[in-house]
Design a protein around this ligand. Structure first.
Ligand code: G
Ligand code: G
Ligand code: MN
Length: 419
């Protein structure tokens, strides 16, 4: 949605500003009013805010300061989460970045949606962008089903879906920072449910891993990915495909051989398939998964270490498995241009990966400033909403021509910034 559309839908929302400083609070109120928002509440600390919520009921967005007398922001956010009193939160604080990050994690641990953090006094454009994320979130939630239910499906329903082949693949582009070229797509599974529409994998993959259905799903995913690879090849494209493998799949040590035969039958080179493995998945059955990984590598498949930096044994995995690609987790990437620590982590990981002869992918790039930072730091490949959201394969070619234009403009803006 464009920002004007967002602005229109913003106006109907309820906002609560929690801020002890009178001046900062009145700036916030003015900015919100200038965005056309009418339903605004205010409070000078956490206790007062809870009273306001008790009186008026749940609000859409809370904009919250951290350091306040009485009940501070940290305690207030905990109460907010416990009683589900807000749709989402924006943290506005003059505190240093590392503290704000701790609070960000805390907010997310509480299960609250964090739209972002803001410096003070609040700037209109930034606030509008963050509030825009809330309306995006609402649209996403109303179009995907269900978001937070942990086990909404029965084994029978999933079995039926498998036999009716209702799972489809969305492709998310991975592009070269240097040339803008489409290096690969990561395929992400979706369930095209006959009644509920498009169902996201978080609601069925963990279930299928438990029920032993994941292998059947992986087979269907691989089959579809190979069809897509053939399609790329006929079009003269050299685009690779990345698929996500569950730990369970790695316990099957005969899998590499079968996969190799499948590709050979289609005259596809194994280098075209990038197998994305999360480090946390390597902990269960280390001996068997190591055997499978070694064999995959031997057969010529590419291995990618996904969500790098989020497990507790990243370095160990890196030391013993011959990965070709390292994907820096999006929790380090988003907002890195404004955060010294994240920047240092990315910088170090890029250095490490390059020394080991691996290519680096930054996941979750949403903002142009982060793109420019990653470019400066020598990152090879970018994946994220800034470039493209996951999409059906039929939409790739339209996206590609649009992206090529945007990429040229990106380079122009980078050059003029250096002049
Ligand atoms: O867009 P996204 O919501 O697609 O994906 C959510 C999570 O589901 C990611 O961690 C992703 O790795 C995982 N996922 C998506 N598709 C597949 C798949 O085909 N197999 C496995 N094992 N995981 C998948
Ligand atoms: O765990 P894995 O890295 O396979 O997960 C991929 C997940 O990340 C998918 O759910 C995909 O939709 C999501 N994703 C990809 N790019 C972005 C992004 O720029 N921002 C956010 N928030 N999620 C992203
Ligand atoms: Mn992945």
């Amino acid at each position: 949605m464009d920002s004007l559309g967002n602005l229109e839908s913003l106006k109907g929302h309820t906002i609560l500003v929690v801020e002890d400083n009178d001046f900062q609070r009145s700036v916030a109120l003015q900015v919100l009013q200038s965005l056309g928002i009418k339903d605004i509440h205010q409070a000078a600390d956490g206790l007062q805010a809870l009273k306001v919520l008790e009186q008026f009921g749940k609000v859409d967005v809370v904009i919250c300061d951290l350091d306040m007398p009485g009940m501070d922001g940290i305690q207030f956010l905990g109460e907010l989460a416990k009683n589900k009193l807000a749709g989402a939160v924006i943290v506005a604080s003059a505190m240093e970045a590392s503290l704000i990050r701790t609070v960000e994690d805390l907010v997310q641990e509480h299960g609250l949606k964090l739209l972002g953090t803001l410096a003070k006094p609040l700037a209109k454009k930034k606030l509008q962008d963050l509030l825009g994320r809330f309306t995006d979130l609402e649209t996403e939630e109303s179009t995907s089903f269900p978001q937070d239910a942990k086990a909404p499906w029965t084994v029978k329903e999933l079995d039926d879906a498998l036999s009716r082949k209702e799972f489809t693949l969305y492709h998310q582009p991975k592009v070269s920072m240097a040339t803008g070229e489409l290096e690969a797509t990561e395929v992400l599974c979706r369930w095209q449910h006959p009644e509920h529409g498009l169902v996201m994998p978080d609601s069925f993959i963990p279930l299928m891993e438990e029920s032993g259905q994941i292998e059947a799903l992986t087979e269907q995913v691989i089959e579809k990915a190979l069809v897509a690879l053939c399609d790329f090849k006929t079009k003269g494209m050299t685009t690779k495909i990345g698929i996500n493998l569950s730990a369970i799949t790695l316990n099957d040590t005969s899998m590499p051989d079968r996969l190799f035969k499948q590709l050979s039958a289609l005259k596809l080179s194994p280098e075209l398939l990038m197998l994305e493995i999360t480090e946390s998945s390597l902990i269960d059955q280390p001996a068997k998964s190591l055997e499978t990984l070694a064999r995959l590598k031997m057969k010529g498949f590419m291995l990618s270490i996904d969500d790098f930096g989020t497990g507790y044994s990243s370095m160990k995995q890196l030391n013993r498995i011959p990965f070709s690609e390292l994907k820096i987790d999006r929790s380090f990437v988003d907002g890195a241009s404004e955060d010294k620590t994240r920047k240092a982590i990315i910088d170090a990981n890029i250095g490490l990966a390059h020394t080991l002869g691996m290519r680096v992918v930054a996941e979750g790039v949403e903002q142009v400033a982060d793109w420019h930072l990653l470019n400066e730091l020598g990152c090879d490949i970018v994946q994220g909403y800034f470039v493209a959201r996951p999409m059906p394969i039929s939409e790739l070619s339209d996206w590609l021509s649009d992206w090529q234009q945007r990429f040229e403009q990106l380079n122009d803006s980078q050059q003029s910034a250096c002049e």
